[in-house]
Ligand binder design. Sequence first.
Ligand code: DOR
Length: 436
Amino acid sequence: MTVSLTIRNAEVVLPGSVQRVDVSVIDGRIHAVGNGIAEVGKVIDAEGLTLLPGMIDPQVHFREPGAAQKEDLHSGSCAAAAGGITSFLDMPNNTPPVITRKRMAEKKQLAAEKSVVNYGFFMGATPDNLEELNAVENVCGIKIFMGSSTGDLLVDNPQVLEKIFSNGSRLIAVHAEDEAVLRENTELLKHISDVRLHSRIRDESAALKATKLAVRLSLKYQRRLHILHLTTEDECDFLRGLPREHLISTEVCPQHFTLTVPECYEKLGTLAQMNPPIRTKRHADALWQALKDGIIDCIATDHAPHTLAEKEQPYGKAPSGMPGVETSLPLMLDRVNRNACTLQEVVFWMSESPANLYRMQGKGRIEVGQDADLVLVDMALKKTVRNGQLHTRVNWSPYNGMELQGWPVRTIVNGETVFLNGEVDKLVRGREICFA
Ligand code: DOR
């Protein structure tokens, strides 16, 4: 499809500066950036709005195949579009898990048919699928659950980890919680059934131990490592002292620096239960500082939808995870409005950095020749997050009732408007991201 348009009068976040310039798009790519550029196609007057490169969420669980009652690649991608996210990287803990080339091809086919934004996928590691991990083509990386979470994927045997790290060159992304520590703590605390225990069962030492092991293996084999959803001050301190450029990267989820224990469990009960867990304010503040200092490289949501009915079960039965793709950008824009960070930092953490870390072609910057994945935001718009008014199929948010200032009003994927003033155009289709 030929898509051309011109966006006039927006404040544009460019690499290295924010400028009032016009941006034109031809055939789904950015054609020109500047003042006085020729008008092509549809003209959008964006006076009063700010134009950002489309956000990239490098960790979501869109549940397809296997649990479409929670989310599928269509509903999840619609929620992403409404949140200003134009590309996502989806995890393999599906039913069945994505651990073979065949299942990867099937998932890519489903995404091509259903996703309204661009997509990429992780391949799941098991103790014995090394050949598949190394033979699969165009994936963002290999996902290793070092501690068990939703689904059956788990690789906790150090020898197997050693084998995976030492064979192949593809990026490895780890869910770093030590399975043995989780089991010991579960055994010790099994007589109490209280969600407040969740953060004690999955304690700081479990996270630090697994992170240290993954880092040791990465350094030993010089294997590209991404540590998913960092949650502790301890891990930040450990990473602060490490020379790791271009080899080891990390991310943080907004919930881990926005919500805190014990308040989140008092207010939200099992809705706040996730892995790795929400922690105390000390950790939340340390994560924010580490992000500001560049110790943490990017932001992901770990969008992990479960239905309200499932989540409202007692602790022990309720699954772990919470949705996030519709609220991550507004949460960050709200922080910009409160002077906690700059718009350029947000664009770096949520677009340029994930594009670089995963070597995505044509993503992450507003620049001539890049894909026209764009989001127009209204920094003055105030809205309250409301359960029942979201695009994710589970239709709840841990931020229900929170007023935020700064929201996406138009999301553009490969030059096509997919979200405008609250409505998603469900006919738009994204493309598979190319990883260099
Ligand atoms: O809380 C979580 N939920 N953490 C994970 O690692 C998986 C996710 C899910 O898929 O539900």
